[in-house]
Design a protein around this ligand. Structure first.
Ligand SMILES: [Zn+2]
Length: 83
């Protein structure tokens, strides 16, 4: 068990930044819970499940992703201001 198993997507601020890093090619992309929720009914997913479903979008890669919250705890109530 990790903290990824303790947080559901709907527990996060809609504008929180989730960092996804490809385990294969190292490509990093950022997503917000709002973006993921717009794709489907994912609010009940644990972050570990979100991570398991994420795939790299680099052409020809499709590698598994590692999910992290870069500023977890530090920017609560402040994340909306980060572009
Ligand atoms: Zn990749």
């Amino acid at each position: 068990m990790s903290w990824l198993d303790a947080i559901q997507l709907r527990d996060l601020d809609a504008g929180a930044r989730l960092e996804l890093t490809c385990r294969n090619c190292g490509k990093v992309r950022f997503v917000t819970p709002a973006q993921l929720l717009a794709l489907g009914d994912f609010g009940h997913l644990w972050l570990s499940e979100v991570q398991a479903r994420a795939r790299c979008k680099q052409r020809g890669c499709k590698g598994a992703m590692r999910l992290a919250l870069p500023h977890r705890g530090e920017t609560k109530g402040f994340v909306g201001g980060i572009a």
